[in-house]
Design a protein around this ligand. Structure first.
Ligand code: C2O
Ligand code: CU
Length: 466
């Protein structure tokens, strides 16, 4: 097997909730049935054996879900794995009981059982769904899929493309390396793989036509790999981030898509017929071609469309900064982090002792090792919250808040000219971000690093809204 094909590794329930039966189904809703099960996928092409994966309907990515804004989603998830699972609908502001965090918002779905989710997404945009049980292994084996909430009147495009970007750690026989939760991954950058894929394929090509306008929805489903993508001579317009519309801006700078983040781009394919254009990642030291656009011989049109690309602005509750409750949230720990001691199960312990139990990260000096720990933030419904998030570690952390979107106000003290809404902001090493949101969704919500090994090693907390 040709190992050089692959990239080098960088750095080497007890409770029961009853739900109403689904007889009151909204007839315009979308009924979906997904089965979490083992499957086989040709990730690295014909020269390698197929890879055994776990996927929704046995596929990677899992079966795409597309509904229209305003439509209800009724999703029955069957578990045909031999381990418990649950599904989280990442980025959707939904009722707490539908959030899919096993042990917090529902019991895990046992093998052979199913669970019914139903909610009406309040916002259009690009989202995804994934397992939230032992996520570092289950997502790492492929349990994720795209969730697209289309605008009622979307901008006119020739194609609406979804790229679910992922990252696999494969052995020479293209099987998934079983070292989930390896100590080095927990304490360093997380599980960075050696086979980055687009829609489950390594080094694939995407056929396009000159003049074509493509809405490209990028979703980063990796355990821990961040991306910064360049599109050659094209200057894509960013139209949405983490599902929420932004005022479109064109850029030739690499577009950063942190773990769990989404970016919607508008691309006018202006290359010559017959030409080839690689999409290059440059987030880490080693750059590589993630995929390639291959132009067909016949152009679609001679000049680009010039219709409107703006999406309607997000309809999210505006935080009241003059009355906001301020919270300082400091992330510490990990390798080269300088954290000496932290609270573990309510007791101060040395990081060495804590590490012996498999945990290395802390938020405000508290290791997030359980789902029944005291909340980091405990607030009344409707309260505006201002978060100052400080990364005192040597690694980036994509920090995800469940059930809400946050307005990103400043980065390292610099106000953003156009504050944007995010649900998974990528906090770089030593960076500080200020964010604000209205705590308007009751329940207990996770706030955690989406580098899944970091979450597994303690980088998580709870936000309680009553
Ligand atoms: Cu994408 Cu806690 O999840
Ligand atoms: Cu992290």
């Amino acid at each position: 097997m040709n190992r050089r094909l692959f990239l080098q590794w960088s750095g080497a329930s007890t409770l029961f909730w009853a739900f109403p039966a689904v007889d009151a189904t909204d007839p315009s809703g979308s009924n979906i049935e997904l089965t979490a099960k083992p499957g086989k996928a040709k990730i690295v092409g014909r020269d390698f054996p197929a890879t055994d994966i776990w996927g929704f309907d046995g596929q990677i990515p899992g079966t795409p879900i597309r509904i229209t804004h305003g439509q209800a989603l009724y999703a029955t998830i069957k578990n045909a794995l031999n381990v418990p699972t649950a599904v989280h609908w990442h980025g959707i502001r939904l009722p707490n009981a539908m959030d899919g965090v096993a042990g917090l918002t529902q019991p895990a779905i046992q093998p052979g059982e199913s669970f019914h989710y139903q909610f009406t997404p309040p916002d259009s945009g690009t989202y995804w769904y994934h397992s939230h049980v032992n996520a570092y292994e289950q997502v790492g084996r492929g349990l994720s899929g795209p969730l697209i909430i289309e605008e009622k009147e979307p901008p006119v495009v020739d194609r609406d493309l979804v790229w679910m970007i992922d990252d696999w750690r494969l052995l020479d026989d293209a099987s998934i390396s079983n070292d989930f939760g390896a100590g080095h991954d927990l304490s360093h950058a997380g599980r960075i793989g050696n086979v980055p894929t687009v829609n489950g394929r390594f080094r694939d090509i995407v056929k396009v036509r000159t003049g074509e306008r493509i809405r490209l929805r990028l979703i980063n489903a990796s355990n821990a790999r961040n991306f910064a993508l360049s599109f050659g001579e094209l200057a894509p317009s960013v139209i949405a981030i983490d599902g929420q519309a932004v005022k479109p801006f064109q850029t030739k700078e690499p577009i950063v898509i942190g773990v769990a983040g989404r970016v919607d781009l508008m691309l006018d394919m202006s290359g010559d017929p017959g030409s080839i254009m690689p999409v290059v990642d440059s987030f880490y030291r080693e750059t590589f071609d993630l995929t390639k656009f291959v132009y067909e011989e016949t152009p679609l049109r001679s000049s680009a469309l010039d219709s409107v690309i703006d999406l309607a602005p997000p309809e999210l509750p505006e935080p009241d900064l003059s009355n906001a409750m301020a919270h300082e949230v400091t992330i510490a720990g990990g390798a080269m982090g300088g954290l000496r001691r932290a609270q573990f199960n309510g007791k101060w312990m040395s990081l060495r002792e804590i590490a012996r139990q498999g945990y290395v990260w802390a938020i405000n000096d508290v290791v997030g090792n359980k789902l029944d720990m005291p909340p980091l933030i405990d607030t009344k419904m409707g309260q505006s919250i201002r978060l100052t998030l400080r990364n005192q570690t040597a690694f980036p952390h994509p920090m995800h808040l469940h059930g809400h979107h946050m307005k990103l106000l400043t980065i390292d003290g610099q106000p953003l000219p156009d504050p944007r809404w995010v649900d998974s902001p990528l906090l770089l090493p030593e960076q500080t971000m200020e964010l604000a949101f209205v705590a308007d969704n009751p329940g207990e919500w996770l706030f955690h690093c989406h580098a899944l090994e970091h979450h597994a090693a303690g980088l998580g907390a709870l936000v309680r809204i009553t």
